[in-house]
Write a protein that binds this ligand. Structure first.
Ligand code: SF4
Ligand code: SF4
Length: 289
C-alpha cells in the first residue's frame, strides 16, 4: 500500500501545537511552568515485525497495533499494513531537570509534578490527537486509554503492560534503551512518552540504530554506569534495573514524601533520569568517562 510522503507534517504540527500553545501543558505550580518542551515525533507501520517480536521479548500479552485497533473498532475490517503508530517524546522542561539534578533521595517538587500533572498533559494529548484524527476522517485509538490496556508481569522483565509506549517509540525511530531501562532519545531520557494507533498511511520514521541499546554507553563502550550510583536504593546494577526495588521506593517512600511535603497526591523519582550523561541528549564517549 502506498504510504503518502509528507503526510506526517499536519500530525506533527498538531502535536507540537498542543504542547507549545495549550494552557493544558502545565505543572500546575504557582509559576504555572510548562510541563514539557517541544516534542519529538516518530511513526512506525502497523505491520512492523518489531511489534510481533515484542511478544517474544517482553511477553505474549503485548498487543500489536492491529490487535489494539481491531478490538477497539470491531465494526471495521482492517489490515495491519493500513495502520500507523504515531509516537511522541515529551521532554521535561529545563527547570524540572535542574531541580531534580540537585536531589539525592526524594524527587524535587517540579519532578513530582512532572510525573503526575505531566502525565495528565500526556493523557490529554492522547485524547486530543485521537479526536483530531477522527475529525479529519481517520479512526484512531490511544492504546493506553483502551479498555484492554493493563499491567502484566513479564517473565524476563517483571512489571510490564499490554502496550509499551517506550517500545512504540523505539519502533518509531525515536530512541534506544539504556541500562536503567529508560529510552535514550535525541533529547535524552528525562521525558515522558505517548502514542496513538491510527488507520492512516504515513511513511515510517527511519530507525537510525542497529541495536536496541545503541545509545547507552554501558552497552556500547562498557563505560559510564552513572545511573547505577544515581539510584538511591540500589535498584540499578550492571545487570539492569530491578523494577520491584524501584517500585518499593516509589510506593510508599516517595508517595508519602510528596504528599506530606508538596501537598498533592503524587509520587516519583527520576534520579536515574537526571544528572546522567543521557539526561538531555544521546551521550558521547567523553560524557561517560
Ligand atoms: S547513565 Fe550511562 S549507563 Fe546509564 S543509561 Fe545513561 S548512558 Fe547508559
Ligand atoms: S526511578 Fe529512582 S528508584 Fe527507580 S531506578 Fe531510577 S533512581 Fe532508582
Amino acid at each position: 500500500m502506498n504510504r503518502l510522503k509528507n503526510s506526517s507534517k499536519w500530525i506533527e504540527d498538531a502535536i507540537k501545537g498542543f504542547i507549545e500553545n495549550s494552557t493544558e501543558n502545565t505543572l500546575k505550580n504557582q509559576e504555572n511552568d510548562k510541563a514539557f518542551e517541544t516534542p519529538l515525533i516518530g511513526f512506525s507501520r502497523g505491520d512492523d515485525p518489531l511489534y510481533e517480536a515484542f511478544k517474544e521479548h517482553v511477553g505474549p500479552f503485548c498487543m500489536t497495533p492491529w490487535e489494539i485497533f481491531a478490538i477497539s473498532f470491531r465494526e471495521f475490517s482492517v489490515k495491519p499494513e493500513e495502520l500507523t503508530v504515531i509516537s511522541w517524546v515529551l521532554p521535561h522542561n529545563k527547570a524540572t531537570k535542574a531541580d531534580n539534578r540537585k536531589e539525592k533521595y526524594y524527587p524535587s517538587e517540579r519532578w513530582a509534578r512532572g510525573r503526575i500533572f505531566g502525565e495528565e498533559v500526556n493523557e490529554k494529548l492522547r485524547k486530543y490527537l485521537q479526536s483530531y484524527l477522527e475529525s479529519e476522517g481517520y479512526k484512531a485509538i490511544a492504546p493506553t486509554l483502551a479498555p484492554q490496556f493493563s499491567i502484566r508481569i513479564s517473565p524476563k522483565h517483571g512489571i510490564a503492560s499490554t502496550w509499551s509506549e517506550r517500545h512504540a517509540a523505539y519502533a518509531s525511530g525515536l530512541g534506544t534503551f539504556g541500562l536503567c531501562d529508560g529510552l535514550i532519545t535525541s533529547v535524552g531520557k528525562a521525558m515522558r512518552v505517548g502514542s496513538v494507533v491510527a488507520r492512516i498511511q504515513v511513511s515510517p520514521t527511519p530507525r537510525p540504530y542497529a541495536k536496541h541499546t545503541e545509545y547507552c554507553l554501558y552497552f556500547t563502550d562498557g563505560i559510564c554506569g552513572k545511573c547505577i550510583s544515581r539510584c538511591p536504593v540500589g535498584a540499578i546494577t550492571e545487570s539492569g534495573k530491578d523494577k520491584a526495588a524501584c517500585y518499593r521506593h516509589l510506593f510508599p517512600v516517595t508517595k508519602d514524601y510528596v504528599t506530606s511535603n508538596y501537598g498533592f497526591d503524587g509520587y516519583g523519582c527520576g534520579l536515574c533520569q537526571t544528572l546522567v550523561p543521557c539526561e538531555s541528549k544521546i551521550p558521547n564517549r567523553k560524557d561517560g568517562l
